[in-house]
Design a protein. Structure first.
Lengths: 260, 267
């Protein structure tokens, strides 16, 4: 059970920052096309929700992120598990995948847009590429560092290779897998926004880009605030699932573990 | 895979009769980068059905390797292992194993862990559950069936391991220093408990330990293994009456046996 202060104290800090922001902008007479007041950001947000236009952008971004994250994660789990279990596959494929991992995937954004168009497909592909690797690597690491004594114990009781994989290795790797998902979800959102910034028809990245052209700084901030909310919500959802599913690991260690 | 129900009747109704074990000229040679290491040499001995035999040796003498070979987890370089006359080439349904570490699945309850040897064979877990609960009662953990291993002390976890070892009613029990990681008092209690469990249906046991007292207390015979390459250098019969109790440890025969065994480790 989380204590109330866990939410209250950061909320106080946030409030202080917002008040300081407001006071500084007013006191230093910063022009609105450089930095708007928090109030005008809130107004822009309110206006967007009031006329309903902003929902389309939120929906577009969330949808592209979710679909891409799902496909990328499923691929990473399957390929990671295959690679961890198959020596041949590891020899032939692993070096290539490690090489690809070194490429900053966002650099591929323009190319992917050319190939997959300006619609949602290009964003999904970019997200798949970008969130694949952390989970892929974590799945392999997690499966490979299963306690060998646990495997011996199950084999001594006649466990098949499939049994060991499904009921020993996968649960053992669950903590690392969730750590990979955690990294993947934040990268996925970055992927979507980069795709939308480069070229799109909708989405929060598109909204921010379009507002920049019009010097609508308040709306740009509104877009960033919404992305922050989506990012935090998605991360918390994964963290919650992690604690629920991998209940046997101490909750303290689970959050901070990053293998890549 | 779980769930196949064809083997409903596979849960043993009658106690399996204990099996005899025969090791013949067992040798193990490891190849490493710096050359070869001979872990075991010409290991030959028998365990008669129903006999409790301890294998006593210094750390690193290859006794755990020996146990893994009998359990079918690794292959010997030479020689043969026969269980009731049949050669062992892999894990056997007739063997139950307990390890130095509890090696429990942290994601399964105590009951789920005890049921693991039935689960791996695809037995109907509902049917096996009765036996699992009996065994948990036997090791004094019936109240903890629904707990998870990390909620248990080290001694309790080892008891779970003992119950798991017994689930399939195996004909041969292999134990690799199962109490070595426990504190002295827990260790003594579990040693007494193991004797009680063993006397109930007298299975054949190969018990690995580096504690002379533990070996003498529990065994019908104690085999002494040399430092690497591990060989059997003594086959010592313990003729103390059973059931043995803490008073047995004060008997002159007990200390004599301990003294005679100890001289192997003093060179």
């Amino acid at each position: 059970m989380r204590r109330l202060t866990d939410l209250l104290y950061p909320a106080i800090t946030l409030l202080v920052v917002i008040v300081a922001w407001h006071v500084l902008v007013v006191q230093l007479e910063v022009p609105a096309y450089i930095l708007p007041t928090p109030y005008s950001v809130a107004q822009a947000l309110y206006a967007g929700f009031a006329d309903g236009t902003i929902w389309r952008h939120i929906g577009y971004t969330v949808w592209a992120t979710a679909i891409g994250f799902f496909i990328g994660s499923v691929l990473a789990l399957i390929l990671g598990a295959l690679l961890a279990e198959s020596a041949v596959f590891e020899q032939f494929v692993y070096p290539l995948l490690v090489g690809i991992q070194a490429i900053p995937k966002v650099a591929l954004a323009p190319l992917i847009l050319v190939w997959f168009g300006f619609g949602i497909a290009s964003k999904v592909v970019l997200v798949v590429l970008i969130c694949f690797f952390p989970l892929f690597v974590n799945t392999i690491v997690g499966i490979k560092r299963v306690d060998p004594d646990l495997i011996d114990a199950s084999r001594a009781f006649y466990a098949s290779r499939w049994y060991v994989f499904r009921y020993v290795k996968i649960p053992s790797a669950a903590g690392d897998i969730f750590a990979g998902l955690q990294i993947g979800i934040s990268l996925a959102l970055i992927g979507t926004v980069v795709g939308e910034l480069v070229s799109s028809e909708a989405g929060l990245g598109y909204l921010i880009g379009a507002s920049a052209v019009n010097l609508n700084i308040s709306m740009m901030f509104a877009g960033v605030v919404l992305l922050a909310v989506i990012g935090v919500a998605a991360t918390q959802l994964i963290r919650w699932l992690h604690r629920r599913i991998v209940f046997w690991e101490s909750s303290g260690a689970s959050d901070s573990r990053t293998v890549v | 895979m779980v769930g196949s129900s064809e083997r409903l009747d596979a849960v043993p109704r009658q106690l399996a009769s204990p099996a005899g074990l025969a090791l013949r000229d067992l040798g193990v040679v490891y190849r490493t980068r710096s050359g070869t290491i001979e872990a075991l040499r010409d290991v030959t001995f028998d365990i008669r059905p129903g006999e409790f035999v301890s294998l006593l040796g210094p750390s690193g003498c290859g006794k755990s390797t020996l146990l893994k070979i009998v359990a079918g987890l690794i292959a010997a370089s030479s020689g043969a292992v026969r269980l009731d006359g049949r050669e062992v080439h892999g894990p056997s349904e007739q063997i139950g194993v307990a390890f130095q570490k509890p090696t429990l699945f942290p994601w399964r309850t105590v009951l789920g862990n005890v049921l693991m040897p039935a689960d791996t064979l695809g037995w109907d877990l509902k049917r096996a559950e009765g036996r699992a609960r009996e065994l948990l009662a036997l090791v004094g953990l019936d109240a903890f069936a629904g707990n998870y291993p990390n909620e248990l002390s080290g001694g309790m976890q080892q008891r779970v391991g003992l119950a798991r070892m017994l689930l399939r009613d195996p004909a041969l029990l292999l134990m690799d220093e199962p109490f070595a990681a426990l504190d002295a008092m827990t260790r003594e209690a579990l040693t007494l408990e193991l004797q009680r469990i063993w006397m109930k249906d007298r299975k054949s046991v190969l018990f690995i330990t580096h504690s002379i007292q533990e070996a003498v207390f529990l065994s019908d015979r104690v085999l002494v293994m040399s430092a690497r390459p591990g060989r059997i250098i003594e086959d010592f019969v313990i003729d103390l009456p059973r059931p043995r109790s803490l008073d047995t440890m004060t008997m002159p025969e007990f200390s004599d046996a301990c003294r005679l065994l100890r001289r192997h480790f003093l060179e």
